[in-house]
Design a protein around this ligand. Structure first.
Ligand code: HPA
Length: 312
């Protein structure tokens, strides 16, 4: 990779980013040779959704070169690869966050790995604080859009055209067709699914009253510490994105009560069965819809996004 000035922030010493990615992909592929249709990221308190997967392989992040390990509470730190409701999936049981001290290009390496394995859709989930006064603890929200207030971006650095374009468009960051499908499933399953805007800050502290007031004022319905970096990288490499936020703490500035990580994990775990039901139904519908022709078209689109060495 070229360098700008004397420092290329996409490289760790002596190992260009693309080579890091190649090595990470090979490490997962050597343990699981299938092609996932969907990539899934399970956030705080939501990891047990992986119990639904018919597991072919689990790959711990520490066994994948260049992947940061997940240090966050309740984040197991492994890929769970297999079949969920008839759909081949690569699932991250736990993610990496900026607040753990990793640069965002590194926290999102796993998204590129799943894309290179062949995934075409990325399903994100995250625990969030609820800013919209209509939301209650345990509610689910489909992410319609995001506001990235992390003060950082995973694409900063020299752009590698093999991975995606310099200026990816974010007009439909969260796929509208997938969103409509999710809403239809929620309706038929009688699951309350709000649709709104997620603002993300870097954390790790929860926000002040003033910050919650500000975030609501600029149009956010929920606030979290993840998702935009993964969405940005996903759009950069051509993945469609669907995001689910689980409201773990209502954050109304004038009625704010202290909240701890245990409360957040507990509330997310209570809401997880709803998300599990929603996702399994959605994926079962995809499995029923997918045809041989569609699969071949998908393979072609992956090949054109990631050229060598991922096309073999
Ligand atoms: N703020 C930011 N991130 C969060 C919150 C919050 O209130 N709750 C869960 N994740």
């Amino acid at each position: 990779m070229q360098t700008v000035g004397s420092y290329d922030c996409w490289d760790t010493p002596n190992v260009p980013y693309y080579e890091q990615l190649t090595a990470a992909v090979e490490a997962v592929r050597s343990r699981w040779s299938c092609r996932p249709k969907a990539a899934i990221v399970l956030g705080t308190g939501l990891g047990s959704l992986a119990e639904e997967i018919e597991v072919d392989a689990t790959v711990r992040y520490e066994d994948v070169p260049y992947l940061p390990v997940s240090t966050a509470v309740s984040h197991k730190g492994q890929f769970v690869c297999g079949t969920l409701a008839g759909v081949p999936v690569a699932t991250m049981q736990g993610r990496m966050h900026g607040y753990e001290g990793y640069p965002l290009w590194q926290t999102t390496l796993a998204v590129r790995v799943m894309r290179a394995l062949g995934a075409e859709t990325l399903i994100l989930s995250s625990a969030v604080g609820g800013l919209n006064p209509q939301y209650a603890n345990g509610d689910l929200m489909l992410v319609d859009d995001h506001i990235n207030l992390m003060g950082d971006n995973p694409l900063i650095g020299v752009n590698d055209e093999r991975l995606g374009p310099r200026f990816p468009d974010m007009c439909d960051a969260y796929d509208r067709t997938l969103a409509r499908q999710a809403q239809e499933v929620a309706l038929s399953e009688q699951i309350v699914l709000h649709r709104g805007v997620l603002a993300a800050l870097r954390g790790p502290n929860l926000e002040t009253r003033g910050e919650y007031r500000f975030l609501r004022g600029i149009g956010a319905d929920v606030v979290g510490m993840s998702m935009p970096p993964e969405t940005i990288v996903a759009r950069h490499c051509g993945l469609k994105v669907m995001g689910f936020a689980v409201v773990t703490n209502v954050c109304l500035a004038d009625r704010l009560a202290p909240v701890g990580i245990e409360d957040i994990v507990d509330t997310a775990s209570l809401a997880e069965p709803q998300l599990r039901r929603l996702l399994t139904r959605l994926l079962a519908d995809w499995a029923a819809d997918s045809s041989e022709t569609e699969q071949n078209a998908d393979l072609a689109s992956v090949s054109s996004t990631f050229r060598q060495p991922f096309t073999s």
